[in-house]
Write a protein that binds this ligand. Structure first.
Ligand code: CDP
Ligand code: CDP
Length: 197
């Protein structure tokens, strides 16, 4: 079975948490596409070359989850040649046998417009910054400023800007617990899966 779940949305909306839970529940593979851009940003040197030569080892380095790595990722993510170099890998992953969940910014719009399920997971910037601050600590106002700056760059770039696909289900998790957000996402997938058979 070929079945793609595309989960897009801004920083710290809950994409990763929901994606992992959905993938585990339905037995699908999961790809966190933000990690690709974080790895390109962290590699240094020419970002286009970094994207073209990205390896498994680049994706497993320990410093990819920091705020700085997030900022660097969003800076290289505006470069069209960087995005182009990562397309094939993501598309192959999305259409692999057995089902796949991909989370990012442009999965439902650019990488896999034919995805069977598209979710756009969001929450207010304040709620998202608070969640990220609980993970990384430091100055919460600074975390909020960085989240807002990154969202703006992601939404305003010319190539593959972050936006909900026309046929995406929008899930605002501002007032939701993780459990209810996961349950809502599973329900959308369940409904679409039932239509498959
Ligand atoms: O992948 P993304 O950056 O969109 O978000 P995440 O890493 O899944 O979630 C960011 C943080 O928010 C994690 O610590 C989650 O546990 C938390 N979270 C939450 O508190 N409530 C939700 N409804 C969803 C996520
Ligand atoms: O976890 P969080 O939502 O904070 O960030 P991420 O998903 O790891 O993404 C880091 C950055 O990579 C984003 O701010 C985007 O600039 C970029 N990105 C992208 O352009 N396209 C994707 N499909 C995924 C991430």
């Amino acid at each position: 079975m070929i079945f793609t779940v595309a989960i897009d949305g801004p920083a710290a909306a809950g994409k990763g948490t929901i994606s992992r839970a959905v993938a585990r529940h339905f037995g699908f593979a999961h790809l966190d596409t933000g990690l690709l851009y974080r790895a390109v940003g962290a590699k240094g040197g020419d970002p286009v070359r970094a994207a073209q030569t990205l390896s498994e080892a680049d994706l497993t380095r320990g410093d990819l989850r920091t705020l700085e790595a997030g900022q660097a990722a969003s800076q290289v993510a505006v470069i069209p040649e960087v995005r182009a170099a990562l397309v094939d890998f993501q598309r192959r992953f999305a259409r692999r046998e057995g089902g796949a969940v991909l989370d990012g910014r442009d999965i439902g719009t650019v990488i896999c417009p034919e995805a069977e399920v598209k979710l756009f997971v969001t929450a207010s910037a304040e709620v998202r910054a608070h969640r990220r601050w609980l993970e990384v600590g430091g100055d919460e106002a600074e975390v909020l400023a960085q989240v807002i700056e990154r969202d703006k760059r992601d939404a305003e770039r010319l190539v593959a800007p972050m936006k909900p696909a026309a046929d995406a289900v929008v899930l605002d998790t501002s007032e939701m617990t993780i459990e209810s957000a996961v349950a809502a996402a599973k329900a959308v997938v369940d409904t679409r899966l039932s239509a498959e058979v």
